[in-house]
Design a protein around this ligand. Structure first.
Ligand code: DO4
Ligand code: MG
Length: 295
């Protein structure tokens, strides 16, 4: 079962989508309200939602036909770094620090007990499906980072999975790792969606296939796939470091790191379209626009 948010007659609707693609509007403002209500009734979220939709007609529509919003207004989006070998290779390629020592900070963090976690986005900077991700005006090497996102409660319980795009500037981070916040955070630099798959309905979260496709002038220019089984860490391990001595909020999204990096010579351009697919969740599609034109 997946949870979406969509806009109808300027009203935000939260809905459950069954595996048969039937959309059932729910009487909640967001998924976390359903999670809390289910807990109060000592039921699982899925069973509780099932009782709400049973006997209802539902809308027979592909979710792509709806005016989708981000599936949750995440108060914060955090992200993990260098959790896949592919990311370590890419970071080592772009960093200018590599000449200084045999082992880079990326090699060390990949092997350390403490993972790299960073604040990626806030609700105002995070967009949903079909809204444009923006390109920074001061970077010449920008890529999408397709990642699995964990939707968590304030206690760190993983209640669902979504897709995230951790847009990144490889030249800014490569120049100096201390520039990470600028390489990662700007207006519309984070997309999530199109849905949240309830955790209880995922058979094996360590066997999710991610595919990233980038289209330029309608032509497919990048297509790469990877699997969450290649993740170096566990989801619980990443969440436990995020909530340690920290205040976390219901509906926080934790991106789990990228396992796909486009070829090193590739940079996004205005007019591109990025698609990230995890079949159990859906396809997150966003056009790319230059930020210069927006300001
Ligand atoms: O070290 C920088 C961030 C890496 C990252 O975002 C990732 O591995 O996904
Ligand atoms: Mg990333």
């Amino acid at each position: 079962m997946r949870i979406i948010r969509y806009l109808e007659d300027s009203q935000e609707i939260v809905a459950a989508v069954t595996d048969d693609n039937i959309v059932y509007p729910l009487p909640f403002r967001d998924l976390m309200e359903a999670v809390r209500e289910a807990k109060h009734r000592q039921m699982s979220t899925v069973s509780y939602i099932q009782t709400l939709i049973s006997g209802k007609q539902g809308i027979h529509k592909e979710i792509g036909e709806l005016n989708l919003l981000a599936p949750i207004v995440a108060p914060e989006v955090w992200a993990s770094g260098v959790t896949y070998e592919k990311s370590r290779e890419a970071r080592n390629y772009e960093t200018v620090e590599k000449a200084a020592s045999q082992e880079t900070c990326y090699d060390r963090v990949y092997n350390a007990e403490r993972p790299e976690l960073f604040l990626k986005s806030t609700a105002a900077r995070t967009i949903g499906p079909n809204a444009p991700v923006y390109l920074r005006s001061d970077s010449n090497w920008q890529i999408p980072e397709p990642e699995l996102g964990l939707v968590i409660t304030r206690e760190g319980e993983i209640v669902g999975y979504t897709i995230g795009n951790d847009m990144s500037c490889r030249d800014i981070e490569g120049e100096n790792p201390l520039y990470l916040p600028q390489a990662k955070i700007w207006k519309h630099s984070c997309a999530i969606g199109p849905a949240i798959r309830l955790a209880e309905t995922v058979e094996d979260p360590y066997n999710l296939q991610l595919t990233c496709r980038i289209y330029r002038n309608g032509q497919l220019v990048v297509e790469e796939s990877a699997n969450t089984r290649q993740l170096k860490r566990t989801y619980d391990e990443l969440v436990s470091f995020l909530i340690r001595d920290n205040e976390a909020f219901d509906g926080t999204v934790l991106l789990t790191g990228t396992c796909i990096v486009p070829p090193n010579q590739f940079t996004l351009q205005e007019g591109d379209r990025i698609e990230i697919e995890i079949p159990e969740i859906g396809v997150l599609s966003n056009p790319v626009q230059s930020l210069i034109r927006q300001t």
